[in-house]
Design a protein. Structure first.
Length: 324
């Protein structure tokens, strides 16, 4: 029996609600091919029982999982990777080369999250991160292909949200698994006009030009759709991708406008709320106040990410002094 937090998407792909924060906020994907399996994104430590229950529900054993693939090492995507790997005797962890050291030794990752959220919140939401033995970690090079039986999955480097971000292409369905590169689209943001996608720029590696290039790279593949970690499947990538590229420029312009503001963080949060309000209203969503409440944490984190970006030296130097 399929648990209520597992949704079959067809073609042997299952979306698992990791139970982080609220229902249908953070997903993990179980992809199956010829009796072999991979998880794409794991959620946090406390999601691991759900991931294993999903595996049981589709009739696969622990040693049927060949790959665990975090799209990047932010804790809502990879916090449970180490704990999950302990339960999967033959699986390899496939992660961007920049991300691999942080999952082998997650001390810096935990410290970074603590700096953003505070120790009490990290303990409550994520628990203690479990290291992954180096011998069980495979660096995901750009264009690298792995197989699940006859099913092929291709890794693509997609910096912008984070320098160590990858997306995964499923050849069988012509569908991307996009982590945070293709934004977020919570179910509450979908109406008769389809999904509303919003860019996500949390600390600490937002980078506008690579971000736009990564989105364009996903669009260029002529995909049938994408599976977002936040949350679920969407289609019509060219149209939605153009909206995201517009948002990269919009958010970068907001940041640069208020770079020297004495109360920069508060000003950025106000500006982000105004941007989201306009987009929610333009999309025809009726409960504008409810949607802004839903996006409150994203506003907070995105403002922090923009502020970190503005503090980097290559952003604050005059354009004619930047390295070519």
């Amino acid at each position: 029996m399929i648990p209520p937090f597992v949704e079959p998407l067809g073609d042997d792909i299952f979306v698992i609600d990791t139970g982080f924060g609220r229902p249908r906020s953070v997903a993990s994907y179980l992809v199956v091919g010829s009796g072999r399996a991979a998880y794409i994104d794991t959620g946090h430590n406390f999601a691991v029982p759900r991931l294993l229950m999903a595996l049981d529900a589709v009739g696969l054993s622990r040693d049927a999982v060949d790959w665990v693939i975090p799209t990047h090492v932010h804790l809502d995507h990879a916090g449970g990777a180490g704990a999950l790997m302990q339960q999967l005797p033959v699986a390899q962890l496939l992660v961007h080369p920049r991300g691999a050291p942080h999952l082998i030794d997650p001390g810096a990752l935990q410290a970074g999250a603590t700096a953003v959220y505070g120790a009490e919140e990290v303990a409550r939401c994520y628990g203690d991160l479990v290291p992954v033995p180096a011998a069980r970690v495979t660096p995901a090079t750009d264009g690298m292909t792995i197989t699940l039986g006859t099913r092929k999955l291709e890794c693509t480097h997609t910096p912008g949200h984070a320098r160590h971000h990858i997306c995964v292409w499923d050849e069988r369905t012509r569908r991307w698994f996009t982590g945070d590169t293709f934004g977020l689209s919570y179910p509450e943001l979908t109406n008769h006009n389809g999904p509303l996608v919003l860019l996500t720029t949390p600390p600490v590696q937002f980078d506008p030009e690579p971000f736009k290039q990564s989105i364009a790279r996903l669009i260029a593949r002529d995909a049938s759709g994408a599976c977002l970690t936040h949350y679920g499947p969407i289609a019509d990538l060219p149209r939605l991708g153009r909206q995201l590229i517009e948002q990269v420029d919009e958010l970068a312009a907001l940041g640069l406008k208020h770079r020297d503001n004495a109360d920069r963080l508060a000003t950025l949060k106000t500006g982000l709320r105004q941007i989201y309000q306009r987009r929610v209203q333009a999309h025809g969503l009726a409960d504008v106040d409810g949607m802004l409440a839903l996006l409150a944490l994203d506003v907070e984190l995105n403002a922090q990410g923009l502020s970190v970006w503005l503090d980097r030296s290559e952003v604050t130097r005059p354009a004619h002094k930047r390295a070519s």
